[in-house]
Design a protein around this ligand. Structure first.
Ligand SMILES: Nc1nc2c(c(=O)[nH]1)N[C@H]1C(S)=C(S)[C@@H](COP(=O)(O)O)O[C@H]1N2
Ligand SMILES: [Mo]
Length: 400
């Protein structure tokens, strides 16, 4: 099927996406996220549409976390295992034929675009990229911080299909003095006077060839939980900018003073402690590298005197992965990287074999480094919202 056909089929075939939100989700099992200081147990539910068992951080608006087993194999996270995050409630039904995206602000001519207009705005582009919440792993922070107490499952890697944002912007024409491009979706605040979830990116990022207005995720129309019918994709950047159910694109000429850019989703530019006050902050943007051991869990037993193979997953953040090392207390071993299947913004597998297990493997972890030399720190870079966690994640294996 040609990409034009694929695009038509996806949009035409999707029609209306509706979410039958469970009044009270049936809860499956319980899972322990290992959050220091507790409470660490969370229920799981298979009840959200198009989802397998997901960890429930909140039912409405949904905050669903993927169990770490979702990352144990392969480099693509299936749609039924992708985490879900909404700041505010969103429509449970969206009619594709009626959906419009308003492009306005500092443009030559404001336009209102249908899905067909968007699909025809330029070449269809596919890109595999990690979707990760800026607060992923925040619940593991010590000292603890406020915000959704995510374990490390607020991430996933998918193939996104759409057109370039710059081609959509060209339909309106960018006026002089443009500084940023801001996005809004169909979700609205739950309480009167609360700020709408709107986010903006600088003009140079908006004009990148890989920043998309996407309509498909892993070759399926965007599920409603992931922003049907359109969302922004900014490969390499935390997905707080990947606005879902996109309905407005606004070109700005100054700074963005809106709540979720000027006041939240920011982190300190200097080292801070829980006692720090009045420190400078900047928006949280590009992702740093991360890596995980997926073959073994903390506390697992391994055979003494035998070789041991460890496996896992890593990603470079906003640049390709360069290497992954297994680190212990005072030693390290280079891991073998799996094939580069999907380019710089995707998950990649790694593995390493230790010739012989001579004793317990205490506090082992993996350290990923990207091609810009950015690497994972030994100690947590603590910040009040627990953003951009990428400390080396350590486990202990018991030799028996
Ligand atoms: N319209 C809208 N888009 C949004 C959000 C939101 O609350 N509303 N949350 C953002 C945040 S903070 C994250 S982490 C990602 C999560 O994307 P996902 O639910 O598809 O995994 O969506 C982003 N896009
Ligand atoms: Mo997020």
């Amino acid at each position: 099927m040609s990409s034009t056909l694929t695009r038509r089929a996806l949009i035409a075939g999707a029609g209306t996406a509706a979410l039958a939100a469970p009044a009270l989700a049936k809860l499956g099992g319980m899972i322990d996220l290992g959050l220091p200081g507790g409470p660490s147990l969370r229920p799981t539910t298979p009840d959200f549409p198009g989802k397998r068992d997901m960890i429930v951080q909140r039912i409405r608006p949904p905050l669903l976390e993927a169990p770490m087993e979702a990352f144990a194999k392969g480099t693509i996270t299936p749609n039924d295992r992708m985490f879900v995050r909404w700041n505010w409630p969103f429509p449970t039904e969206v009619k594709a034929a009626e959906h419009r995206v308003a492009v306005g602000g500092a443009v030559k001519k404001a336009v209102s675009l249908t899905l067909d207009d968007i699909a025809a705005a330029g070449e269809t582009v596919e890109i595999v990229a990690v979707n990760q919440c800026a607060g992923n792993g925040r619940g593991l922070s010590e000292p603890r911080v406020t915000g959704t107490q995510w374990g490390n499952g607020a991430m996933g890697c998918a193939k996104w299909t759409g057109v370039r944002l710059k081609d959509v912007l060209a339909k309106a024409g960018i006026a002089e003095g443009a500084t940023r491009v801001r996005f809004a979706g169909l979700d609205v605040p739950l309480t009167d006077g609360a700020p709408q979830f709107i986010k903006s990116i600088p003009m140079d990022v908006a004009m990148r060839g890989d920043v998309l207005v996407a309509w498909a995720m892993n070759d399926e129309p965007l599920p409603i939980l992931h922003g049907f019918p359109l969302r922004i994709v900014v490969p390499g950047w935390f997905s707080t900018y990947w606005v879902k159910m996109l309905s407005t694109i606004e070109v700005l000429t100054g700074e963005d003073e809106s709540h979720y850019v000027a006041e939240t989703y920011r982190w300190p530019t200097v080292p801070v402690t829980p006692e720090s006050k009045d420190f400078p902050t900047v928006p949280i943007t590009a992702m740093p590298p991360r890596s995980f051991i997926t073959s073994h869990a903390d506390g697992e037993t391994v055979a003494k005197g035998k070789p041991l193979t460890l496996e896992g997953m890593a990603f470079g953040g906003d640049a390709a992965l360069a290497k992954v090392e297994l680190v212990g207390e005072g030693w390290s071993a280079e891991c073998e990287l799996g094939p580069d299947e999907h380019g710089p913004f995707a998950f990649r597998r790694w593995s390493v074999t230790l010739p012989e297990v001579s004793g317990d493997l205490a506090a082992i972890g993996t350290k990923a480094t990207n091609i810009n030399g950015l690497t994972q720190p030994d100690a947590l870079v603590w910040n009040p919202s627990g953003y951009a966690r990428n400390v080396i994640e350590r486990i202990t294996l018991v030799a028996r």
